[in-house]
Design a protein around this ligand. Structure first.
Ligand code: BG6
Length: 480
């Protein structure tokens, strides 16, 4: 891999502590980082080098415990991390940063390859990109890449505006839009599952599949993020990006070669075929919910409206469920049900593909992809109960990978971006088409044309989400 400098904006933030440094440390231990490699950790706080490094050390101790990390190599890792204090709103500061980076690259014999990672508030994205350009930092003789976190805009217009501004500095091929669900190992395995297994490949279409259910439920509430979340809601925070990406990855035809270009073309054909929702359709196909007080694992928790920083009459959705159709011949008539919510009764992301029932078997075959926190797959079949002729019983076959050896999504995505592989990043066309699909829902929510159903914290969401499936003769598979 090419030697490179990683400029991490937002290095003192929560994401860097919880996800990025642990991922980089594990990559370092697994020798997956390029050599030489250097991280310029940019933050606003007036911290000394040693203070910053102790904080990174603490976050590694806190968030790398799940794997048998070799902490004796921590000092060697920290040697690669240099804290750089700066106000990213000051254009002048980028000139100094540029000089600093150039001299550091010279000392470390690093070629002119730069990875800019923006782990900052999205309202800073465009300004930072502009300053990278005007200071000369983004003009390299090698490659330059921009990694950005979601949210990518808050609606179609703002996403387009942001994309235009970033496009003035970076080409589409240089922009790596992170959807961390695309880095989850089981999501990345979906293509292989469908393409190399005729037993799956053959039935992955409407003659055999009754419906697809995609759930991303969380037990946490809005936590410290009410300022962001109250403006965002589950529809923008989870459905527009993560859930739609899971639906697309499930429905996508697997191309002969899994190159970024071919995958992008296949994903695009799915997303273009998502049946648009008209004004009236939103009421019929979308359920909006918000948690009221309840309990999680026996501990009482307050209602969303009572959370610190949330407007007392907030109409923000903390739960959303939607029915989606993909108008491609192989998915004709197959509903995709998506649902996500905070303060539900379990933390679980899974994709359940329900096959059509045979006449004899009461329970249908299910293919369940466990995305997180547990990863794996379950296949449910029907067999005769041994010694009980005529009596069928459901049998589950489970694949449970060794959870300890599974990389985290940020490890997967950072490694891919460093290699220049864009297969598991969201292309602009996908982001734009996803915003276009959710626009009628955003409008209906904003105008309160859809009821807001309250659900007690610690439950599976509002009953209305159950009715959405019951109308079609189905139910959510809770724990198949
Ligand atoms: C983030 C959302 O993108 O995904 C959060 O902003 C959410 O609100 C998180 O909690 C869920 O991610 P995961 O990997 O824990 O399912």
């Amino acid at each position: 891999m090419d030697s490179m400098t990683m400029l991490l904006f937002g290095a003192t933030g929560d994401l860097a502590a919880r996800k990025l440094f642990p991922a980089l440390f594990r990559m370092f231990l697994d020798q997956k980082l390029p050599e030489p490699f250097w991280i310029v950790a940019i933050g606003r706080r007036a911290w000394s080098q040693s203070r910053f490094r102790s904080r990174v050390e603490k976050s590694l101790l806190d968030f790398c415990q799940d794997r048998s990390a070799d902490f004796s190599r921590l000092p060697a890792f920290l040697q690669r991390v240099e804290y750089y204090e700066m106000d990213v709103r000051q254009p002048q500061a980028y000139l100094n940063l540029h000089q600093y980076v150039r001299s550091g690259e010279g000392e470390r014999l690093i070629g002119d390859n730069r990875l800019f990672y923006l782990s900052v508030s999205p309202d800073l994205f465009a300004g930072i990109a502009g300053n990278l350009q005007s200071s000369g930092l983004s003009q390299t003789n090698g490659w330059r890449r921009l990694m950005i976190e979601k949210p990518f805009g808050s609606d179609l217009a703002s996403a387009r505006d942001l994309n235009r501004k970033l496009g003035e500095v970076f080409a589409e091929e240089e922009i790596y839009r992170i959807d961390h669900y695309l880095g989850k190992p089981m999501v990345q395995s979906l293509g292989t599952l469908k393409s190399v297994n005729p037993i799956i490949h053959a039935v992955w279409n409407s003659p055999y599949i009754a419906n697809v259910q995609i759930t991303a439920s969380e037990t946490i509430g809005v936590e410290e993020r009410s300022a962001y979340y109250d403006q965002t809601g589950a529809i923008r925070d989870m459905l527009q990006n993560h859930l739609l990406q899971l639906a697309i990855m499930t429905a996508m035809h697997v191309p002969g070669r899994m190159t970024a270009e071919e995958v992008r073309a296949e994903k695009r054909s799915v997303i273009e075929a998502m049946r648009p929702l008209g004004q009236e359709d939103v009421r019929l196909h979308v359920v909006r919910g918000q948690y009221s007080n309840g309990s999680i694992d026996g501990t009482p928790v307050c209602a969303y409206r009572d959370e610190a920083g949330v407007a007392p009459r907030s109409m923000t959705d903390t739960f959303v469920a939607a029915r989606l159709f993909i108008d491609l011949p192989r998915w004709q008539g197959v509903p995709f049900y998506l649902r996500t919510g905070k303060r539900m009764n379990e933390k679980s992301t899974r994709i359940v593909v329900q096959c059509k029932s045979s006449e004899e078997a009461e329970l249908p075959n299910l293919v369940v992809i466990h995305v997180s926190p547990n990863q794996g797959m379950t296949l449910r079949l029907n067999l005769h109960a041994p010694g009980m002729p005529g009596q069928l019983e459901p049998v589950e076959m489970a694949y449970v990978p060794n959870q300890k050896h599974l990389p985290e999504s940020y490890e997967m995505l950072l490694a891919e971006a460093m290699r220049g592989d864009r297969t598991h990043f969201a292309h602009w066309e996908e982001v734009e088409l996803a915003w276009r699909w959710v626009e009628p829902i955003l409008a209906a929510f904003a105008e309160n044309r859809v009821p807001l159903h309250h659900y007690p914290a610690g439950t599976n969401g509002p009953d209305a989400a159950n009715r959405l499936l019951e109308e079609d003769g189905f139910t959510w598979w809770l724990d198949p």
